[in-house]
Design a protein around this ligand. Structure first.
Ligand code: ZN
Length: 383
């Protein structure tokens, strides 16, 4: 027994725990009363990392978290098979493998496999799954191994542990595998993305594939319910919705423009008169901040200074949009000093500036901005 980073680690005379490696995580489970949270191999000794100490010399029963281990065996053996199918069908070697908590990835030497090629690889891999070929493990000398069609050259010296998917794939591997390819169940490709000069392929096998299909099915059913459409009609329903929305936006645009124009007119008519120009200072909650730009333009066109704030939702930081006709104040300078005082950020040119002010400072920022803009062209904040 030893202590590492505050946790007890024990070595046993025999163990079924896999220490991780080759892209596969270590096993977890229990030893007697203790949980095994990790396992690592160092210089030929397998250390079981525990959540507490065990008595040295005690006999303990080890238990693997079998559901997790079997899942790893399905994904890992599925990876051997899929990597071979990529060589077989697409002449693409696998350069690395990662077994994550939810998905599995391999990196292959192919710049961009098209969808039909991926389908053929997936189909070939699943054929071999359903042929239910035995998966055998044996130790060989380097000379024997050299006569086998290994998928990639071995990474270690000396005798090799060869994993064979009968008459299909040979790999030197120290990981854990299912006994027959049929136990992989299903190999399901999820997607690909560009990775340097090659491609990263994401997939799941066995139980993970089943859960994935179950989740996708329930998602589809809830979407179909929301659209009151059959699953097969969903693409058409979404396209119709997008079309309707685009048509509404086209109709709305001129109406909104007119409404903002009338609002600007009313705001300027009611504006306070500063040293030599009117000032419109206003803030809104629950207003789309994208309306501030056209509103401010309507205000400055009528010769007034616009100091506007809007937050989409109450409690959000407010977007500030300041605009000033030539010869009045500098909107950029005023907003800049306002932001420094009230912890916001923003700035801009003399005629137009934009920024953002924390929700709890908007009322005071508005007062300060109004006072400065009413006072004169220097647009300095009052002290
Ligand atoms: Zn393996």
């Amino acid at each position: 027994m030893r202590e590492r980073d505050g946790a007890a680690e024990v070595a046993l005379d025999a163990t079924a725990f896999y220490p991780g490696g080759g892209g596969q995580p270590a096993d977890t489970g229990s030893l007697g009363e203790r949980s095994v949270v990790d396992a690592v191999e160092e210089e030929g000794i397998l250390w079981h990392r525990l959540d507490g100490a065990l008595e040295v010399g005690a006999a303990v029963t080890g238990r693997l978290d079998w559901a997790r281990r079997f899942d790893h065996m399905q994904q890992h053996t599925g990876q051997h098979l899929l990597s071979r199918a990529f060589v077989d069908v697409a002449q693409a070697d696998t350069t690395s493998f990662h077994l994550g908590d939810a998905i599995v990835t391999i990196d292959i030497e192919h710049a961009g496999p098209p969808a039909d090629l991926l389908e053929r690889v997936e189909a070939r891999a699943n054929e071999v799954v359903w042929e239910d070929r035995p998966v055998t493990i044996r130790w060989t000398t380097p000379e024997e191994a050299a006569r086998l069609p290994l998928r990639k050259p071995p990474a270690v010296q000396g005798d090799l542990r060869i994993v064979e998917l009968e008459a299909y794939d040979w790999s030197a591997c120290g990981g854990t595998h299912v006994a027959r390819t049929g136990q992989i169940g299903l190999i399901h490709l999820l997607g690909t993305e560009r990775n340097k000069d090659g491609t990263r392929v994401t997939f799941v096998c066995g139980g993970r594939a089943l859960r994935r299909l179950r989740d996708s099915g329930s998602l589809l059913r809830s979407l179909a319910l929301a659209f009151t459409a059959g699953e097969a009609d969903l693409p058409r329903a979404v396209a119709r919705l997008k079309g309707d929305r685009a048509a509404l936006e086209r109709r709305l645009k001129p109406l909104l423009r007119d409404a903002l124009e009338r609002e600007a007119e009313a705001l300027v008519a009611a504006a306070e008169q500063g040293v030599s120009w009117p000032v419109v200072a206003a803030s809104w909650e629950g207003r789309d901040p994208s309306e501030l730009g056209p509103l401010a333009a309507g205000i400055t066109r009528r010769g007034a200074v616009a100091l506007l704030f809007a937050a989409e939702h109450p409690g959000d930081p407010s977007r500030a949009h300041f605009a000033a006709p030539g010869g009045t104040i500098s909107a950029g300078t005023l907003l800049g000093s306002l932001c420094r005082r009230h912890g916001g950020k923003g700035g801009g040119r003399p005629e137009s500036a934009q920024g953002s002010i924390p929700a709890d400072r908007v009322a005071r920022a508005l007062d300060d901005a109004r006072a400065a803009a009413l006072a004169g062209p220097d647009s300095e904040l009052p002290g």
